[in-house]
Design a protein around this ligand. Structure first.
Ligand code: ADP
Length: 774
């Protein structure tokens, strides 16, 4: 290694050219390891390390390709490189030097994908513009600042590459959310990118320099590879400048490393290299390793030299490793390249020394503090990780249990509410009707609670889906007002609706979830207000030709919320001011569900409140404008249509009910009693098919989850059998599976309609009228 002043670089290049005209040569500029060790990596030291490495081949060749550079022209460069490669026989490896630091080498590499399983390795030249790369082929002219590719080829040539890192990712997974370009990242997890280092390493922005980061590079998982990235303080406040590309959506974690871990990976590599029987080697190592390994830096090179003599070394900022479509630009890594010009059995590798031979173990009673610290850190992180995994598994089991139990409660609840409905229909005693009213109200509350638990679990499991349909917003608002006006009235509260006169008629969005959020806010306002008024406001503002911003606000003159309690409100199960609202029923799940649903719909819940005076909950969501001719979703028509005109009867109609729970068939039969319809029941799919072969039904209700043959399969069998007289009958899915999007799914499967359990009598009435009215 030699040191040169700045001007020396061009003199040096010329001297190399003059001295080695018969060789193929490429070179890149990088600050020397000595500067880095001295903490001078800003290019101000005026001293640059030069490493000269020679690789001699007896039976193989090395051809130099050079391609014109160009900002954002990596695709063209990749294409040209690929075209050149196709003309060279027996290509076994490529040594790539991109023209400058901000070249997106990964785009060039992507162009090579699938050419052949050719290993690509290389290094990027440094940031300083006056020290770009250079190269010349034997007898050719000296060139600089181009994309250089040294192509190794030869029938007998074998090249093996491996990528070594040695750092271990720890802690939270974060996401890159905003960037100027792949080298300048503005935000991680929606916060200024520098927060990562401010928070975890206690660094001020001006302290985000490589010397403070070498032990803790960021790690990104790409395919099967964990690759490292180092971001130093960028030109804008809060921005990080990366030495290799990072993309929006990249998942990153901090990592830690210590010399022993780095060297351990290297030793593993060396042992594998011995089996390859190399005749020469090239090591491409990141400067960050030198910063971490310090005086032990020589150890890793020495290990390789023991297994692979004639081993050249290149240091850089972004190492290139690419094999079988995986890899790209790396940081903190060491890429080892081993060459052999023979088949392994004929190879007489240079004197391979066994690593342990003559390697004196330095054993001292006192272990350096940093080694103990990193060991402690590693073991503690592993313990925490294990407990986090255990907690996650327990949480998953708990969620699954809640979902199953909630689902199972629906079946007996269906019986309770169904039978109760019969009491309400058939009893004329006032006292009994009062009891039935209480059962009905409690049943509805229980059902709402189960739905909340199921929703909360679905949100927690990331399974909640937003299903847009076209709906009439004016109808939705009217129905919501009707729904809560009774409870507001019974408390002596005034319910005031203030809606824009020019609300569009048809919107497209998830009406079910919009209704759920608004209803929750209205119910809360009534629940937590003793006297006064609940204001329900709805309005829209145009966004563009196709969209409007719908704003819903619910304001009350109730108990209000203390400022310190407001942020606790969206936590699940959190109920605030317990001393005041001890007697008010609730679970503390509602607002959390509202907040999450709004988030899924791209909105958020705004809360304003004055303790003792009242609160206002509001949100705005973007909805697509539907065409007025577009009929709104049929399920909404159902709810909107309300009660039919007088009791419905169809004495000539035949209906089949297929359900494996006998009480469900019984309840349906009872609920249909007054309609005088002829009813048959089937306890499973097989019986249903047999009945359907013999008798024509006007309407068939089928449960989904049944043992042996489920509802969907039963339907398929009947529909696909042209001989079956019911192949074209009306089928309605009747299920406790009440998730959003289910109706669409069942209709896609061939059902004509869908009804959820527990049975809503108004809905049942509508279905009967829809399909049985002649
Ligand atoms: P629940 O009403 O079932 O307890 P929520 O999640 O709907 O659960 O609300 C959480 C808490 O927020 C309530 O327990 C109550 O303390 C407070 N809260 C919600 N809405 C209001 C309101 N309009 N006025 C005052 N406090 C409210």
């Amino acid at each position: 290694m030699q040191t040169w002043d700045r001007d020396g670089f061009s003199i040096f290049k010329q001297e190399i050219y003059d001295s080695f005209r018969d060789c193929t040569t490429i070179g890149t500029n990088h600050f020397g390891s000595r500067d880095i060790l001295n903490g001078r990596i800003d290019g101000t030291s005026g001293e640059y390390g030069i490493t000269l490495s020679f690789l001699y081949f007896e039976k193989s060749g090395a051809s130099l390709l050079d391609i014109a550079p160009g900002t954002r022209e990596e695709e063209r460069q990749g294409r040209e490189l690929r075209e050149c490669l196709e003309k060279i026989p027996d290509v076994k490896g490529i040594y790539l030097i991109p023209p400058d630091y901000f070249c997106s080498t990964e785009i060039i590499l992507a162009a090579l994908n699938g050419v052949a399983e050719i290993p690509v390795f290389g290094i990027k030249t440094s940031l300083l513009p006056e020290y770009r790369n250079f190269g010349f082929s034997a007898g050719g002219s000296l060139k600089g600042s181009r994309l250089f590719a040294l192509i190794f080829h030869g029938e007998k040539l074998h090249i093996r590459i491996r990528y070594n890192l040695g750092w271990t990712p720890v802690g939270k997974i974060m996401t890159v959310t905003k960037e100027e370009n792949p080298f300048f990242v503005d935000e991680i997890d929606g916060k200024p990118a520098s927060d990562v280092y401010n928070r975890y390493l206690g660094l001020r922005n001006d302290q985000i320099i490589p010397e403070n980061l070498s032990e803790f590079p960021l790690i990104i998982k790409r395919g099967d590879m964990e690759i490292s990235r180092i971001g130093i303080a960028g030109p804008k406040d809060g921005q990080l400048l990366f030495g290799a590309p990072v993309y929006p959506g990249d998942k990153i974690r901090l990592s830690y490393g210590n010399p022993d871990d780095l060297l351990y990976e290297v030793i593993e590599d060396c042992i594998e290299i011995a089996d390859f029987k190399p005749q020469a080697g090239l090591l491409i190592a990141c400067s960050n390793r030198i910063m971490l390994l310090k005086e032990r830096e020589r150890e890793e090179i020495d290990y390789y030299r023991k297994f692979m003599c004639a081993c050249a070394v290149v240091y850089g900022y972004a190492e290139i490793y690419y094999l079988n479509g995986q890899g790209g630009e790396l940081n903190s890594a060491l890429v080892s390249v081993a060459f052999r010009e023979e088949d392994a059995e004929n190879s007489s590798p240079c004197d391979t020394l066994r690593y342990f031979e003559g390697n004196e173990q330095k054993d001292s009673a006192i272990v350096p503090f940093s080694d103990r610290m990193s060991r402690f850190f590693k073991e503690m992180s592993n313990d925490l990780l294990t407990s986090a995994k255990e907690a996650e598994a327990a949480n998953k089991a708990k969620s699954a249990f809640y979902s199953t139990v909630s689902h199972e409660i629906r079946t007996p609840l269906n019986s309770i509410l169904g039978m109760n409905e019969m009491i309400r229909r058939e009893s004329h005693e006032k006292e009994i009707l009062d009891y039935a009213e209480t059962i009905s109200n409690s049943g509805k509350m229980l059902l709402a609670l189960i739905n909340d638990i199921l929703d909360a679990e679905k949100i927690a499991a990331g399974k909640m889906q937003i299903v847009p349909v076209s709906y009439d917003i004016r109808k939705t608002i009217k129905e919501l007002t009707d729904m809560v006006s009774v409870s507001a009235g019974s408390k002596g509260l005034v319910l005031k609706l203030e809606k824009d006169d020019d609300l569009p008629s048809v919107l497209i969005g998830d009406e079910t979830r919009l209704r759920q959020c608004t209803l929750n806010l209205l119910n809360n306002a009534i629940k937590y207000t003793e006297k006064g008024t609940v204001y329900f406001k709805a309005g829209t503002e145009p966004v563009d030709n196709d969209h409007v911003k719908l704003t819903i606000s619910v304001r009350d003159t109730g108990i209000g919320i203390k400022p310190e309690d407001i942020e606790k409100l969206s936590m699940p199960f959190e109920r605030v001011d317990q001393s005041r609202n001890r007697n008010i029923e609730g679970t503390g799940l509602g607002l959390n569900i509202v907040k999450n649903l709004l988030e899924l719909m791209g909105s958020s819940l705004e809360i304003k409140s004055t303790y003792g005076e009242g609160s206002e909950f509001s949100f705005s969501i973007i909805q697509e404008l539907g065409r007025s001719s577009e009929s709104s979703d049929s399920r909404n028509d159902n709810t909107a249509a309300g009660d039919g005109t007088g009791p419905f009867t169809a004495p000539d109609a035949s209906v089949l009910i297929v359900d494996d729970t006998p009480s469900n068939i019984k309840i349906m039969s009872l609920l249909l009693k007054n309609s005088l319809i002829n009813i048959d029941g089937a306890a499973n799919g097989k019986t249903a098919i047999l009945l359907c072969e013999k008798k024509k039904y006007d309407l068939i209700f089928i449960d989904h989850m049944m043992p042996e043959m489920d509802g969907i399969e039963t339907l398929r069998k009947i529909r696909s059998d042209p001989e079956n007289i019911n192949a074209g009958s009306v089928f309605v899915m009747l299920t406790a599976n009440d998730e959003a999007g289910m109706k669409e799914m069942y209709i896609k499967e061939g059902f004509d309609d869908y009804m959820s359990k527990p049975i809503n009598v108004t809905e049942l009435d509508l279905i009967l009228r829809k399909y049985l009215s002649k």
